[in-house]
Design a protein around this ligand. Structure first.
Ligand SMILES: *[C@@H]1O[C@H](CO)[C@@H](O)[C@H](O)[C@H]1NC(C)=O
Length: 224
């Protein structure tokens, strides 16, 4: 009873592993606390691909996917830098800038980021269009990670800033410990079948919701 009360007070719902096919997370409020913790299936990455679809109407900086390690808050971060109109991948504390996207508000955007630790090259795809490949950081991501949707981690698992929080919806989050081919990325972009993530799998997602985040049905008819 006391444990239940404590969980209610903290606003934590332990959801365990769920198939979220056809579902989305709705972040209905700007807060410095509401988020979803994603628990990875495996650790230690020599390469990474992260894909997600999201929609928002926030006209300011915001994080879409935030992975931190104990030594790097921005271990693997997808960030919209509003002043510069840039999507900025941050990997192992380093950052590159990608401009020129049609990151329209109130429109769903499919974004994938690939990176390999050997060459240290990153590339993003936004709504089917690939960026150029840029050097960001070489060397593996080793050991513990904390992965958060809805907030930007400025410490390991915390340090949230309401002014970098996300409001809107996020779906189809997958993470692999290898780089997907451009054909596989195009399959993701056009919502065709693909090999689900072996680190984060939307169809068997291990997660916890903290605060006011809802699991809702994905709209069946939405603009491409
Ligand atoms: C968030 O941004 C608003 C508007 O710029 C500012 O007034 C406020 O102090 C900021 N809050 C925090 C916690 O930084």
């Amino acid at each position: 009873m006391q444990l239940l009360l404590l969980l209610v007070v903290l606003g934590t719902v332990s959801a365990g592993v769920q198939d979220l096919s056809g579902k989305m997370f709705t972040f209905p409020q700007l807060t410095d606390s509401a988020h979803v913790r994603l628990n990875p299936i495996k650790l230690d990455y020599n390469a990474v691909t992260v894909c997600h679809r999201s929609v928002t109407d926030i006209e300011r900086d915001h994080a879409i996917f935030s992975l931190a390690t104990p030594s790097q808050n921005n271990g693997f971060l997808t960030f919209w830098k509003n002043g510069n109109r840039e999507i900025q991948p941050h990997i192992r504390g380093a950052r590159v800038e990608y401009g020129g996207w049609d990151y329209t508000l109130n429109k769903w955007h499919s974004i994938c980021t690939t990176w390999d630790s050997e060459k240290g090259l990153v590339q993003i795809w936004v709504d089917g269009i690939p960026s150029i490949r840029k050097f960001i950081s070489s060397g593996a991501i080793s050991g513990a990670v904390k992965i958060v949707l809805g907030q930007d981690q400025d410490t390991f698992g915390g340090g949230f800033d309401v002014n970098q929080s996300f409001a809107g919806m996020i779906t189809d989050v997958h993470m692999w410990d290898y780089t997907l081919s451009s054909c596989e990325i195009q399959n993701y972009m056009s919502e065709m079948s693909l090999t689900p993530g072996n680190v984060l799998n939307w169809r068997a997602l291990d997660f916890e919701i903290v605060g006011n985040v809802l699991i809702e049905d994905k709209p069946v008819c939405h603009p491409a």
